[in-house]
Design a protein around this ligand. Structure first.
Ligand SMILES: [Zn+2]
Length: 128
């Protein structure tokens, strides 16, 4: 990402995105990185966010939770069958990225804090 261009964090997917020419006049109002994100966080997405915060509150300080654990738990709550829980992996990750953007949590892989915008695959979530 070029350092000289302003960037902000998408309110839906929680990834950072960089200024583009098309946003020249509207940059201050831009909230979403893409057309796909324009609908805002889905209900599943918001449920993941609530679940992450609840678990972090309930568990001993310093405990981390896995993004796929969040997806599986929501799948159970939603009555998903077989491997439908996999469809909730992305909502779980988006929820965690949004919480990183708000400064509440960090995400880690193999114990290291990683960048939510570029990290691929499952990660762990803990209080910032
Ligand atoms: Zn987005």
């Amino acid at each position: 990402m070029p350092a000289h261009l302003p960037s902000k964090v998408c309110v839906t997917c929680g990834r950072s995105f960089t200024w583009r020419k098309k946003w020249e006049r509207t940059w201050d109002e831009v909230r979403y990185c893409s057309k796909r994100c324009r609908g805002g966080p889905s209900a599943d997405d918001q449920a993941c966010e609530i679940l992450i915060l609840r678990w972090l509150n309930e568990r001993p300080c310093g405990t981390s939770i896995c993004s796929s654990e969040v997806a599986r738990a929501l799948a159970v709550a939603n009555g998903c069958i077989d491997d439908e829980w996999r469809q909730l992996l992305e909502p779980a990750r988006s929820a965690a990225r949004r919480l990183v953007a708000s400064g509440d949590v960090v995400i880690t892989q193999r114990g290291d804090v990683v960048d939510p915008s570029t990290t691929k695959g499952p990660f762990r979530i803990r209080w910032a």
